[in-house]
Design a protein around this ligand. Structure first.
Ligand code: AMP
Length: 113
């Protein structure tokens, strides 16, 4: 399940480069191209699902795998502690409509992070 013109599907396919930090059978984690904290990694499923509620409905096991990957990234990069943000909808700041959790820590993490 991929979506044409989806930048994260292109990263999953290897069609555009990304700084990958972790990969499992169903999940990929890569550094945000415009980091807003010293640790800022995006965790996404390889299949195209638009947002976190759709992921909970359609791929609940993979959403759980995403949580495990997020924890592994934080274990490696910031003592296992992290903020995990899912912007959902344009008015909430979502710009890429392929679900991804922002794993963040370090620096000042205001609520507008
Ligand atoms: P959101 O605004 O929650 O949809 O998050 C999308 C995130 O993807 C933003 O923080 C962007 O900086 C990031 N981003 C966009 N394109 C790329 C890319 N090619 N590689 C890594 N991160 C990207």
């Amino acid at each position: 399940m991929t979506s044409t013109n989806c930048i994260f599907c292109m990263i999953v396919a290897g069609d555009i480069p990304a700084q990958k930090v972790l990969e499992t059978e169903n999940v990929i984690a890569f550094r945000d191209i415009a980091p807003k904290a010293s640790v800022h990694v995006l965790v996404a499923p390889k299949v195209h699902v638009p947002n976190v509620a759709a992921a909970a409905r359609e791929i609940p096991e993979i959403l759980a795998e995403m949580a495990t990957v997020a924890q592994q990234v934080a274990d490696a990069e910031c003592d296992g502690e992290f903020r995990w943000i899912f912007n959902t909808g344009p008015s909430a700041g979502q710009t890429v409509f392929h679900v991804h959790g922002h794993v963040m820590n370090g620096g000042s993490l205001g609520w507008d992070a």
